[in-house]
Design a protein around this ligand. Structure first.
Ligand code: MD6
Ligand code: FE
Length: 216
């Protein structure tokens, strides 16, 4: 299929381009939700959600856990990927098959073939939680895209440029939306505005985000 035809079918499906290599696939995760939910409980049972501390000593309002061979962690010493959950002292739980399948299919739909993530960061937002503007740059390989899945309450995502001071656009991310970005957009600053309480019929007053990466 040529690029115009791909773009046309993408637009028909409600896909929204945010940059040359960044797009939102509206509702792409919906067919996976009934399989994803019990898998979140499995992950949480091994490595519970926790509030980590940033290198500057700030306790994050977002609670997080991980699955996969590598997990993202932060403490006073810095940000890094670890094979061991610092809290449990054990490996992060394995990435459930359905997670890896969703990530791979979303990447393909956005034009990135053969995405094989080794890390899945799972973020939980309660009302008021936010994520300040940042770049994702702890991964070894910037060639692979990042695939980010939103479940539950709506979030207002801020998407900026390559400099912190560049203007940002705001995009609502809804239950089932998947963002894929890579290539020239891979290092763009981004964040999440404080979550408003708009309870979701399935997840209640929370938002869950999975962020898949090739970290190692
Ligand atoms: C979130 N996401 O959506 C936080 N990073 O809750 C991220 O920080 C993020 O969504 C890189 C790529 C996509 C993302
Ligand atoms: Fe990020």
């Amino acid at each position: 299929m040529n690029i115009e035809t791909l773009e046309f079918f993408g637009a028909m499906a409600g896909h929204q381009r945010l940059g040359p290599d960044a797009m939102v696939l509206r509702g792409f995760a919906l067919p996976f939700v009934s399989e994803l939910m019990p898998s979140i409980a499995d992950v949480e049972a091994v490595s519970p959600f926790r509030h980590m501390v940033t290198p500057s000593g700030f306790t994050m309002s977002v609670a997080l856990t991980n699955c996969g061979a590598l997990g993202w962690a932060t403490d006073r010493r810095g940000y890094r990927y670890t094979a061991i959950d610092p809290e449990s002292g054990k490996r992060w739980p394995a990435m459930p098959d359905v997670f890896a399948r969703l990530a791979n299919e979303a990447a393909t739909a956005a034009g990135f073939n053969d995405f094989d993530p080794d890390a899945c960061l799972v973020n939980r937002y309660l009302p008021g939680a936010r994520l300040s503007l940042h770049q994702d740059k702890n991964e070894r390989d910037y060639e692979a895209p990042i695939v980010s899945v939103s479940l539950g309450m709506r979030a207002t995502f801020m998407f900026g440029g390559l400099k912190r001071t560049d203007p940002t656009i705001k995009v609502s991310l809804y239950h089932g939306d998947v963002m894929v970005w890579g290539g020239v957009d891979r290092l763009r600053f981004h964040g999440v505005m404080p979550l408003k309480e708009e309870p979701h019929p399935l997840l209640g007053s929370q938002r869950i985000n999975f962020t898949f990466r090739k970290a190692g």
